[in-house]
Design a protein around this ligand. Structure first.
Ligand SMILES: [Zn+2]
Length: 240
């Protein structure tokens, strides 16, 4: 169920106590020579749809808001096509969205985020703290969530590698170019800790890390299932 495809009367009729708006959050940024700029959008949308499939088990249903892509993407700013926005843009958008939802009687906002630029994550967390809504936001970079995802993701080589390429292969294989690329075994997480601020400085001049050559649609499908489960559990514990 997609928010923007409904009529105002259909939205009006939805039960606010059991329906949860889910916002996919991504970015428009370089994802190697093989994946589209909107890779994080694709992953977050897959996570939101997976959650919608699983929510009825908990007596809930999801409604997917239009994807929000205009976020800080400083690590990829040197690569063509990347659209890099200030943290203030992210904060302002969430404030306005929260006010809209509250005014229409919504109680909870769930956030499906798969864009891990440090400035973005920080602004996202700040933005969510001030909203007049209950928030379900599982931060996938935190240990308890990361441990449920793949070994490559946990290694910190989590940009346009096996993990992300697998999900795009599962969802939109026609968008994946040749991914038989040499491994780039550097941890972005470690590079961020060392104060690096671009993909090139972090050891990934072609805007990918990890092992895209090992990607498979099967892995992508399993990951999407797990991402949905993580979001559903966060929603359930927030609305209970
Ligand atoms: Zn990504």
């Amino acid at each position: 169920m997609h928010w923007k495809l409904l009529t105002y009367l259909e939205i009006q009729a939805l039960d606010r106590a059991t329906t949860v708006p889910i916002l996919p959050v991504g970015a428009i940024e370089a994802h190697g020579p093989h994946l589209p700029l909107c890779t994080d959008d694709i992953i977050s949308e897959a996570m939101a749809e997976s959650a919608c499939r699983q929510l009825p088990e908990y007596g809930l249903r999801g409604i997917i808001l239009p994807t929000w892509s205009f976020n800080p993407a400083g690590f990829a700013r040197e690569h063509s096509g990347t659209l890099h926005f200030s943290a203030a843009t992210t904060r302002a958008m969430f404030q306005d969205l929260g006010d809209n939802l509250q005014a229409q009687g919504w109680r909870t906002l769930a956030v499906a985020n798969s864009h891990f630029d440090p400035t973005h994550l920080e602004s996202l967390k700040q933005a969510l703290q001030n909203l007049p809504l209950q928030i379900a936001f599982p931060d996938l970079t935190r240990g308890q969530n990361a441990r449920r995802l793949t070994a490559e993701f946990q290694s910190g080589a989590c940009h346009a590698g096996q993990y992300e390429t697998s999900i795009v292969l599962a969802r939109q294989p026609q968008l994946v170019k040749d991914h038989q690329l040499p491994q780039v075994p550097h941890s972005l997480v470690e590079a961020m800790r060392q104060g690096k601020s671009t993909f090139a400085e972090a050891g990934g001049p072609r805007a990918y890390f990890g092992t895209p050559a090992q990607a498979s649609p099967e892995e992508g499908r399993l990951t999407v299932e797990e991402l949905g489960r993580i979001l559903v559990e966060a929603i359930f514990s927030t609305t209970r």
